[in-house]
Ligand binder design. Structure first.
Ligand code: CDP
Length: 350
């Protein structure tokens, strides 16, 4: 079936499209989370022949300062197609199209980002399209949502985005490059995965109301598929993260203590929970043993950056007096404190 506006046949006699898809079939989608080491959050997404990389930075202070909102943070985005992303070299830098998309996407993202949690700051989302093949704003928004989650930005849900349109008189899902170029209409769409709230809706071309409503429904259904792929990608990322031992926030305290003993290089997540422990042992042990304070200092040495967490270290030594040879300096410092409060935190000269 040829398109009435062109001689290009976009749907064959079997009702299949140029790439062999059915009318309501998505292109293959692949999402990888955490691909950029220096970004706070990142995502690489392949959607058909589209290839998009997103890096998220923040929350960080807003510049210029007059843009700061004392009540909430802001989400900013830059959508960019690199020069080699399209068949004809694209001139580098912003143009009207990228400016439009750079405005639309953060407006959609602000519906799910809990901006009141980080007032006066900004979260910056950089969307780089390295290979374009129609539907890049939807691909960029889908990837941006995942990258924000990867950055640990507080959100109430993910946003899933997809486009549908009309080609050769038929309504189809997820237009490809030729379909976008030679088709009759294009309807980019995005919604909040769980609630179905629509956060992006555009239309390019001509449709009847019935056709538009049909495409909306088609988009909704497909967005749920995209949503599942996003969640699966995040689960993959963080399940492996835990297995590798990089994320241990949920590890039992006993395990953490054992790890500390073995490795004084200290994994970061443990530090958050340790500070509480030192208080218990202090009371019972302070009066009994004059040399208890010596031990607390041992753990301090390996973990210079964690000054505030020194109290953690105190506990271990008490329970295990055998291990730590204590420097004399530390003994002297700690001794006076024993009288009243037991071993002091490393920074506690006062
Ligand atoms: O990419 P999306 O469908 O969100 O936006 P569009 O403006 O409808 O562009 C459709 C496609 O046209 C893009 O995905 C690119 O593949 C292509 N395009 C291009 O070849 N050169 C440009 N300067 C802009 C877009």
């Amino acid at each position: 079936m040829s398109d009435p506006y062109t001689d290009v046949q976009l749907i064959d006699k079997k009702g299949l499209r140029l790439d062999g898809r059915k009318l309501d079939e998505l292109r293959p989608i692949k999402i990888e989370v955490g691909v950029l080491k220096r970004a706070d959050g990142s995502c690489y997404l392949e959607w058909g022949e589209n290839k998009v990389i997103v890096g998220v930075y923040g929350p960080r202070e807003v510049h210029p300062r007059h843009m700061q909102n004392p009540m909430r943070g802001i989400v900013q985005a830059r959508y960019n197609m690199v020069s080699f992303s399209v068949s004809e070299r694209k001139r580098p830098g912003p143009d009207r199209r990228s400016t439009e998309i750079s405005k639309l996407l953060p407006e959609a993202l602000e519906h799910v980002v809990l901006t009141d949690r980080f007032p006066r700051t900004t979260v910056d989302v950089y969307i780089e399209v390295v290979q374009a093949s129609a539907g890049t704003r939807c691909a960029g928004l889908t990837a941006a949502s995942v990258a924000l989650a990867d950055a640990g930005i507080p959100m109430r849900d993910l946003i899933a985005s997809v486009a549908s349109g009309k080609i050769g008189g038929k309504l189809v899902l997820d237009l490809g490059q030729a379909e976008d170029t030679y088709g009759q209409a294009d309807v980019p769409f995005a919604m909040v995965g769980r609630t179905g709230e629509v956060v992006l809706l555009q239309m390019d071309g001509h449709l009847t109301i019935e056709e538009f409503e049909t495409l909306l429904e088609m988009n909704r259904k497909a967005a749920l598929e995209v949503y599942e792929i996003q969640k699966a990608a995040l689960k993959d990322r963080y399940s492996s993260f835990t297995e590798e031992g990089e994320a241990e926030p949920d590890a039992p305290e006993e395990e953490k203590k054992d790890e500390k003993k073995e490795k004084k290089s200290s994994p970061p997540p443990k530090a958050d929970k340790e500070p509480k422990e030192p208080k218990e042992p202090k009371e019972s042990k302070e009066p009994k043993e004059p040399k208890e304070p010596k031990e607390p200092k041992e753990p301090k040495e390996p973990k210079e950056p964690k000054e505030s967490k020194e109290p953690k270290e105190v506990k271990e030594p008490k329970a295990k007096d055998e291990k730590a040879p204590v420097p004399e300096e530390m003994v002297e410092e700690a001794t006076p404190e024993k009288d009243d409060k037991g071993p002091a935190p490393a920074g506690g000269d006062e």
